[in-house]
Design a protein around this ligand. Structure first.
Ligand SMILES: *[C@@H]1O[C@H](CO)[C@@H](O)[C@H](O)[C@H]1NC(C)=O
Ligand SMILES: *[C@@H]1O[C@H](CO)[C@@H](O)[C@H](O)[C@H]1NC(C)=O
Ligand SMILES: *[C@@H]1O[C@H](CO)[C@@H](O)[C@H](O)[C@H]1NC(C)=O
Length: 228
C-alpha cells in the first residue's frame, strides 16, 4: 500500500526539481538582444557622389540596412524600437563576426569595419559598447543583458571545459544525486515502516497471549495455548 501511495509523489518531486534546474540553466545560456544606439560614419566608399546604403551584418545572418544613415559626419541616434531593430543577438559563450558595410551595385561591398562581436565587450554598467574605427565609423551598441552574460562567461572561462558542457554535466550530476537520495530515502523509510509494523504485530500478539493467560488464571482452567 505504501508503495502505491508514495511512488507517484516521489517521481513528481523529482520531475519538479529537474525542471527547475533545467529552466534555470536555459535562462543562463539564452541569448541577449543587441540594439544600435547611435552611429556616425566618417566617410563613404562611393566613387560617385550618391547616397550610400549602409548595413550591419553578422556572418550567417540576414543583413540589416540602416535606412536613415546617408550622410557622413552626422550623428544618428536611435531609440532601439525602429523597424529594423534589434541588430542581432549575442550568447554568453560565443562571439560573432559582424561588421558595417556599404552596399555597392557593381563591385564587391565595401567594409567600414568587421570585428568579433562578443557579449563580454559590454563591460559598462549602462549596457553600452562603443565601437570606434578611425576614419570609418563610431557606433554605440546597447545590450543591458550582455553585461550579466559577459560577467558569467568571464567567470566560467577560467575552467578548461566549455561552459555549456560544464553546465549540462553539473545538471546531470545534480539530477542523479537527487534521484539517488530520494530512492535511498524511500527504501529506508519503507523498510523502517515494515519493521515497525512487524514489531507492532508481534507486540499485539504477545499482549493477546498475556490477556489470555490472565483469563485462564482468573477462571482457574488449564492453559489455552493449544487453542490459539
Ligand atoms: C532572414 O530573412 C528571411 C527572408 O527574408 C527570413 O525568412 C528569415 O527568417 C530571416 N532570418 C532571420 C534570422 O531573421
Ligand atoms: C563615439 O560616440 C560616443 C557617443 O555615442 C561618444 O561618447 C564618443 O566620444 C565618440 N567617440 C569618438 C572617437 O568620436
Ligand atoms: C573579463 O576579464 C577580463 C580580463 O580577465 C577583464 O579585463 C574584464 O573586465 C572582465 N569583464 C567582466 C565583465 O568582468
Amino acid at each position: 500500500m505504501i508503495r502505491r501511495l508514495f511512488r507517484p509523489r516521489v517521481s513528481c518531486v523529482l520531475l519538479l526539481l529537474c525542471s527547475i534546474v533545467l529552466s534555470y540553466s536555459t535562462a543562463v545560456v539564452s541569448a541577449a538582444v543587441v540594439t544600435l544606439d547611435s552611429i556616425e560614419i566618417f566617410r563613404t566608399h562611393e566613387w560617385f557622389p550618391s547616397k550610400p546604403t549602409v548595413y550591419f551584418q553578422c556572418k550567417g545572418e540576414n543583413m540589416t540596412v540602416l535606412p536613415d544613415v546617408k550622410e557622413k559626419h552626422v550623428f544618428y541616434s536611435f531609440k532601439g524600437e525602429e523597424s529594423w531593430q534589434p541588430l542581432t543577438e549575442l550568447q554568453d559563450i560565443k562571439c560573432k563576426r559582424c561588421g558595417f558595410y556599404e552596399k555597392d551595385t557593381f563591385v564587391p561591398n565595401d567594409v567600414f569595419d568587421e570585428w568579433e562581436f562578443c557579449a563580454s565587450d559590454f563591460m559598462r554598467s549602462d549596457g553600452r559598447y562603443i565601437h570606434y574605427k578611425e576614419k570609418e565609423l563610431n557606433a554605440t551598441f546597447l545590450c543591458p543583458e550582455c553585461v550579466r552574460l559577459g560577467g558569467a562567461s568571464n567567470h566560467s572561462s577560467k575552467s578548461n571545459n566549455s561552459p555549456k558542457e560544464m553546465h549540462w554535466a553539473v545538471i546531470l550530476v545534480i539530477c542523479a544525486l537527487v534521484s539517488v537520495v530520494f530512492i535511498a530515502g524511500f527504501v529506508t523509510a519503507y523498510k523502517y515502516w515494515q519493521k515497525r509494523k512487524k514489531q507492532q504485530e508481534q507486540a499485539r500478539f504477545l499482549k493477546l497471549f498475556e490477556e489470555g493467560d490472565d483469563i485462564e488464571d482468573e477462571l482457574g482452567i488449564g492453559p489455552l495455548s493449544h487453542i490459539v
